[in-house]
Design a protein around this ligand. Structure first.
Ligand SMILES: Cc1ncc(COP(=O)(O)O)c(C=O)c1O
Length: 376
């Protein structure tokens, strides 16, 4: 067959690589007991209140879902104190990222984000034939809004930047941007009609830093602010796919015109309403996470393994070894973590917080693997 005619952007696209599934690892390595700390999922599972609501809704699945998300938007508006006219929903926040790029960028336009930012921004932009500018990081893998400012003011491509993506906190580094820096940036760019400033707050519930604040609080003052949240992490609904978009009504209007009318299925909507009302589940999830992170920090310190302090539900650390070998040795022991080579890191890995016993198993496996494989 002759080679298909394709745009070079599509021909060279490297898709987002999700964490290795448990069943695949069981099959490939012939082992039963596998733990997965590779996709920043909620280790507490699905909230019992969500399960109850889903069971009730199961007999109604011959109906199309509500394309206006009436009940779900009520629940979000109440919980986050944002008017419904400023809200919409996506099939995971990944769909929202994809749609924002399709709606607000034309081929040849640019998105601006940071080096080592969550990779979906660049993948979705490339798929839409949109350019990617990555600003350099500050020391400690911190997002550097001054570097972004410099690009927006001085780089010749800045004129075509339609969307700025600020993951706060970021994945895979777990670092965050303090509110004072966000405010300074918004004073300069927060009301510029030429572009939107998108804050991706997938991990906001887990943040412990005192000087962090959600950008939802800046939406009244700055019209360019867009906030994306997900119910895949602390709310425990990764399998059902629910992301929330908060922005000015005009942005929401365009988003609703372009999205598929049934982009979020009925069970997902039902589950999301129940999850948003289950404060106790969030409290337990956040508590488990804080304890798990502290445990990881103390064990990694004992092993003299450098790590980046995280505001999310995972920690990135430097194996100081060839990461593919470390990964293979971990998989043989039934432990799935995440190498982050696709972010341009060479020896680093990311480990999600699990249940206490899963965390202990992962640390034990790392100790064995580090003893087995020499530093490179
Ligand atoms: C920073 C960030 N944003 C967005 C997402 C996408 O989440 P989802 O599509 O499950 O809502 C992730 C997932 O890992 C993430 O780390």
């Amino acid at each position: 067959m002759q080679a298909m005619k394709l745009s070079p952007e599509i021909a060279t696209l490297i898709p987002y690589k999700p964490g290795k599934p448990i069943a695949e690892t069981q099959r490939e390595y012939g082992i039963q007991h596998v733990i997965k700390l590779a996709s920043n999922e909620n280790p507490l599972g699905t909230s019992p209140k969500v399960v109850q609501s889903l069971q009730k809704a199961l007999t109604q699945q011959h109906r199309y879902p509500d394309p206006s998300f009436f009940e779900l938007l009520e629940a979000v508006a109440k919980k986050w104190n944002v008017s419904k006219s400023r809200l919409s929903v996506g099939n995971g926040s990944n769909e929202i990222i994809d749609l924002l790029i399709r709606i607000f960028c034309e081929p040849g336009d640019q998105i601006l984000t940071t080096d080592k930012a969550f990779v979906a921004y660049a993948v979705c932009a490339q798929a839409a034939r949109v350019g990617r500018i990555h600003s350099p990081l500050a020391p400690g893998y911190k997002l550097d809004l001054q570097a972004m400012t410099k690009i927006l003011l001085e780089d010749s491509r800045a004129e075509r930047v339609r969307l700025v993506f600020i993951p706060n906190p970021n994945n895979p580094t777990g670092t965050y941007t303090p509110d004072s820096e966000v405010q300074k940036f918004l004073q300069q760019f927060g009301n510029d009609p030429n572009r939107l400033i998108v804050f991706d707050e997938a991990y906001t519930e887990y943040v412990r830093a005192k000087d962090y604040q959600s950008a939802l609080s800046h939406m009244d003052k700055y019209s360019s602010v867009v906030v994306i949240r997900t119910l895949s992490k602390a709310y425990g609904l990764a399998g059902l796919r629910v992301g929330i978009l908060a922005a000015q009504p005009e942005v929401i209007d365009y988003y609703n015109r372009v999205r598929n009318p049934f982009n979020v299925n009925d069970l997902a909507q039902v589950a999301a309403v129940a999850a948003l009302q289950d404060d106790e589940f969030i409290r337990r999830s956040v508590e488990n996470n804080s304890q798990g992170l502290d445990y990881f920090y103390s064990e990694l310190k004992k092993m003299q393994i450098p790590f980046v302090e995280s505001q999310a539900n995972f920690v990135m650390f430097d194996t100081l070894r060839e990461v593919s070998k470390v990964n293979e040795a971990l998989l043989k022991r039934g432990v799935i973590l995440r190498p982050v080579l696709n972010y341009g890191f060479k020896t680093e890995m990311r480990m999600s917080v699990g249940l206490p016993e899963e965390n202990r198993t992962a640390i034990q496996a790392l100790k064995e693997v580090f003893a087995e494989i020499k530093e490179s």
